[in-house]
Structures are given as structure tokens and as C-alpha cells.
Design a protein around this ligand. Structure first.
Ligand SMILES: Nc1ncnc2c1ncn2[C@@H]1O[C@H](COP(=O)(O)OP(=O)(O)OP(=O)(O)O)[C@@H](O)[C@H]1O
Length: 227
């Protein structure tokens, strides 16, 4: 591992009304590593992911990305950072139903003002990598859940992000499709040296990571994999 973490969260506290979601969470993500964030329902995993990605600001504590304090940036700067440096995969419902799978994957590039032809050429390469090239002209509603997740992974990676945030990416899939999505996601991330922050409560899914962080009652604990 390189000396400097890419992403660093230090002593995060975040409450929703009277409910404390994070209560001193600390974690680091190094370039190119796959980290699983595990823990039971309500332990604070998604809140931690949202703070790491600058979607949510902590009440106290600091998140730095490449040495920059996310809280010190404007909302415009944070959303620009999310578009250029981060990719996102959620449990479901993330593809635009009116667009074809190819157009969905090309969308983040179009938002970066890349020409349609070039954006769709790169999108087609990513559909191929995720083994769903045959879905290019189909709309998300014409695909299976597993296929739609592979399209979503292609869309998350098409901008070559430095960090991919995946919140229960296999939560709506059967185990066979879940394994396939995880294999393709981690393979593509390793090929492009993207780090992955993977929120899951399934040990089998966490098995694809290099390292596990366990969240309990809003606090984190690092588990280093033995093998
Ligand atoms: N937007 C919100 N409004 C109110 N309470 C919230 C909100 N988001 C999270 N919480 C509360 O904060 C705590 C942590 O929630 P969080 O979603 O981070 O946990 P989680 O570990 O991701 O859970 P799950 O595995 O069920 O998704 C829970 O008590 C939850 O009810």
C-alpha cells in the first residue's frame, strides 16, 4: 500500500434528530483497495458511506479526500468531485428507465460534455467488460435484476473513478447473480486501480474485499484479513 490514504474519515459523529447514526467512526481507504463495510441493520454503514462520499456532512469529525477536507468545499465543488472522481452503485432503481442501457452508461460522460459518439463508444466498451454488450439497445425494464446491476456497474466505472461506492450492490439479487456482479465489479475496479467501498451485511459478498471494517452502534472496528 502507498503511504497516503486516498480517503480518510476521522472521528465522525452524525445524528438524525435524536438518533445517533455515527458515534466516532474512523476509517481509511487506500488507492486501489476493496474495503467491505459490514455490520447489522441500522449500525450506521450507509451513513458512513454517505459521509465518505460527501453526500452527507458529519456533525463533527473530518473526511478528507486526497488531503482535501470535504466539509470545507462548497456543495458545487463536492458534486463536481462526485461526478469526476467517484462512482456509485446502489441496491436498485438507479438506471433511467427511458434510456437504453447504452445511453445509461454513456450518461455520466455526456454530463461531462463528452460528444455522444465518443461517450457511446466508451459506454459500449464497458458493457462488453461487464458481459452485457447484447443489452446495449434494450431499456432497463427489459433486463433481469442481475443484468441491470451489471449495467449499473458499467455506468459507475465509465468515468474511471478513483473510488467506487457500492451500497448493498447485490442486495436485490439471488446468490448466483450476486457473485457474478461482485466478481465483475471487483475485477473491473482492480483493472482500473479504483478503490471500492462496499457496504454489505453478507459475509460472502465481503469475501471479495481486501479488508473489512465492522460498524457497530456507529463506531468502526478494522478487521485485517488473515490470508
Ligand atoms: N435520513 C434519515 N433520517 C432519520 N434517521 C436516519 C436516516 N438515515 C439513517 N437514519 C438512522 O440512523 C441509523 C443508522 O442508519 P444507516 O442507514 O446508516 O444504517 P445501516 O447500517 O446502513 O442500515 P441498513 O443495513 O439497514 O441499511 C439508524 O438508526 C437509522 O434509522
Amino acid at each position: 500500500m502507498t503511504a497516503a490514504p486516498l480517503l480518510e474519515a476521522d472521528d465522525l459523529h452524525r445524528s438524525f434528530g435524536a438518533t445517533p447514526a455515527l458515534d466516532g467512526a474512523t476509517m481509511r481507504v487506500w488507492p486501489g483497495e476493496v474495503v467491505a463495510v459490514m455490520g447489522s441493520s441500522g449500525s450506521g454503514k450507509s451513513t458512513l458511506l454517505h459521509c465518505l462520499a460527501g453526500i452527507l456532512l458529519p456533525d463533527s469529525g473530518v473526511v478528507t479526500y486526497g488531503g482535501r477536507d470535504l466539509s470545507a468545499m462548497s456543495e458545487t465543488e463536492r458534486s463536481a468531485l462526485r461526478r469526476t472522481d467517484f462512482g456509485f452503485v446502489f441496491q436498485f432503481g438507479q438506471l433511467v428507465p427511458e434510456l437504453t442501457c447504452l445511453e445509461n452508461v454513456a450518461l455520466p460522460l455526456r454530463l461531462e460534455r463528452i460528444r455522444r459518439g465518443e461517450a457511446e463508444r466508451r459506454a459500449a466498451e464497458w458493457l462488453e467488460r461487464l458481459e452485457v454488450a447484447d443489452l446495449a439497445r434494450k431499456r432497463p425494464g427489459e433486463t433481469s435484476g442481475g443484468q441491470a446491476q451489471r449495467v449499473a456497474v458499467a455506468r459507475a466505472l465509465v468515468t474511471r473513478p478513483r473510488v467506487v461506492f457500492a451500497d448493498e450492490p447485490t442486495g436485490a439479487l439471488d446468490s448466483l447473480n450476486g457473485e457474478k456482479v461482485m466478481r465483475l465489479l471487483t475485477q473491473a475496479a482492480r483493472e482500473t486501480a479504483a478503490a471500492v467501498v462496499l457496504v454489505t451485511h453478507e459475509a460472502r459478498v465481503a469475501g471479495y474485499s481486501d479488508r473489512e471494517v465492522v460498524v457497530r452502534d456507529g463506531r468502526t472496528r478494522d478487521l485485517t484479513r488473515a490470508s
